[in-house]
Design a protein around this ligand. Structure first.
Ligand code: SF4
Ligand code: SF4
Length: 506
């Protein structure tokens, strides 16, 4: 099959052997689950349980604001084990902002008792819309990336090509690799269901990097020629949605375009399996496979972890190393972010935890001034000008940063990786994007406040005018009735006088 190339990218040291040979094992049930009400991109859910409620595994505890969530930018949250709700409060959530957010805290009972589930015996008998609704109710989000609700992408129309992304290109992470090796049939079945929901795509391609031969073989055998399984080059960030589309189809998805506009939908292998399990077993998304790795744990491994499990509990399960943990990264070393401690819950988008003692952390030299060498632009897979973005972000010239397409930056970190001046470029971009978003939010709120003020002024003015008109009318009515009364009295007097005169004549 003909493959294309994307601009830039890097060959990275994978560090994958730390965990790649560890079979997927279920993580233990933790005593406490902390489940954020927002674990996806979109609208947060609302708690539909209260403190003291008993819950079962798979029970909806956070619901979209409207009952039918299949067409909203939201997706429900389910209890990931059975137990009792002990708190609904703000807790630390794993996010670069370091903020807290509303969470439901469940004390588990150790029974892990499921709610009654509704599997679908033969999905081909259901319409795409019925399946879409089932998937939306299962709380499935894109598990390979930012957590975009899966049903939104699945409701795209006129899709010709479905790409199942098995290009796990970030160093250290091996959960997708293990999933492809151990559960290839689930992934193939999930891809077929997704294709059916999309109205039957002409092509379905599963892409695997060429450094994962076992995964490629397992998927090829399971596919039995029904789907294409393709080896793609091992080059970071091949697993990026737009980069993978370009490699497989030669199509460049434009800056303001969505892949669906080009007739393409991409889902990760782990999302395909989640769809399969939701349909085949009626299993809502309550857990995921993730990698816990780094020299800070004695046994790096791939675990199936219930959402809400605290990182501390997982690190203990993997064997806390003797050396003090100096750095904890959620995600990969390129696109992930450091957390200040282990008291954060695993959420739907947590694919990896890298636990590092001091001797695993490369000392980064102090940043030096930019020498305009242009190395960053050569490796940028989105064809941006990273040094310009850096200048404008640093100078807080956010309009210029937007002119240079800062929101197209995928935070891949290639530019910072090659920068000879060791400038933490991605931190500048993240800062600029956060500031722009905050000011656009402020702008929106100011606009809403202005509109409210204008409407209030208009309403007061309108009420004043209405009152004035009413008074005027009352006045006019009263004047008219006074005049009529006087006229009537005068007529009565006149008639009386005429009567008296006529009597006198008689
Ligand atoms: S790689 Fe670093 S030093 Fe070179 S142009 Fe980019 S930001 Fe400047
Ligand atoms: S982090 Fe952004 S600017 Fe830097 S290489 Fe990646 S996409 Fe380009």
């Amino acid at each position: 099959m003909k493959l294309w190339q994307f601009h830039g990218g890097l060959k990275l040291n994978g560090h994958k052997s730390l965990s790649s040979e560890s079979q997927i094992t279920p993580a233990n049930i933790p005593p406490l689950l902390v489940l954020p009400l927002l674990q996806h991109i979109g609208e947060p859910t609302e708690a539909v349980v209260k403190v003291g409620d008993k819950v079962l595994k798979g029970q909806v505890i956070g619901h979209c604001r409207e009952k039918d969530c299949s067409f909203l930018m939201s997706t429900p949250i389910h209890a990931s084990s059975s137990g009792t709700v002990v708190a609904i409060e703000n807790c630390p959530v794993p996010h670069p902002s370091g903020l807290t957010a509303p969470c439901i805290v469940i004390e588990t009972d150790g029974e892990d008792k499921w709610i009654e589930r509704t599997p679908i015996a033969d999905y081909s008998t259901l319409s795409p819309t019925q399946l879409l609704y089932h998937i939306a109710k299962a709380g499935i989000v894109g598990l390979g990336g930012a957590g975009f609700p899966a049903h939104i992408k699945l409701s795209s129309k006129s899709i010709e090509t479905l790409i199942i992304n098995g290009a796990e290109c970030e160093p250290y992470i091996t959960c997708d690799d293990r999933l492809m090796r151990e559960y290839p049939h689930d992934i193939i079945a999930g891809a077929q269901i997704i294709s059916h929901v999309l109205g039957g795509t002409q092509r379905c391609v599963i892409a695997v990097e060429n450094n994962k031969p076992e995964a490629y073989q397992a998927l090829s055998e399971a596919a039995e020629g029904q789907l294409e399984v393709v080896l793609v080059p091992t080059r970071y960030p091949t697993g990026g949605e737009r980069q993978l589309i370009q490699i497989l189809t030669g199509k460049e998805v434009g800056r303001t375009e969505l892949p669906a506009a080009r007739g393409i939908v991409v889902h990760n292998v782990i999302t395909a399996r989640a769809v399969y399990r939701a349909v085949q077993y009626g299993r809502p998304l309550v857990s995921r496979v993730m990698t816990v790795t780094g020299k800070g744990v004695e046994k790096p491994q791939n675990l199936e972890v219930r959402f809400g499990t605290l990182m501390r509990f997982l690190i203990d399960q993997c064997g806390r190393g003797k050396a003090r943990i100096e750095r904890l990264i959620m995600g990969g070393p390129m696109m992930g972010f450091a957390l200040p401690n282990e008291e954060f819950p695993i959420i739907k988008t947590t694919n990896c935890l890298i636990v590092s003692p001091a001797d695993e952390i490369e000392k980064t030299p102090e940043p030096m001034p930019c020498i305009r060498c242009g190395a960053c632009a050569q490796v940028c897979p989105v064809n941006l000008l990273p040094q310009q973005l850096y200048w404008y972000a640093k100078a807080k010239d956010f309009n210029k940063a937007q002119d240079y397409h800062i929101f197209d930056c995928i935070d891949c970190g290639c530019c910072a990786h090659v920068c000879p001046s060791h400038i933490p470029l991605v931190s500048y971009y993240r800062y600029a994007k956060a500031e722009i978003r905050a000011s656009s939010q402020e702008h929106k709120q100011a606009e809403i406040a202005k509109q409210r003020h204008e409407f209030r002024t208009f309403r007061l003015e309108r009420n004043k005018n209405e009152r004035k008109e009413k008074l005027q009318k009352m006045k006019e009515t009263s004047n008219a009735s006074k005049e009529a009364a006087i006229k009537a009295a005068l007529e009565r007097t006149k008639a009386k006088k005429e009567q008296v005169a006529s009597n006198e004549q008689k």
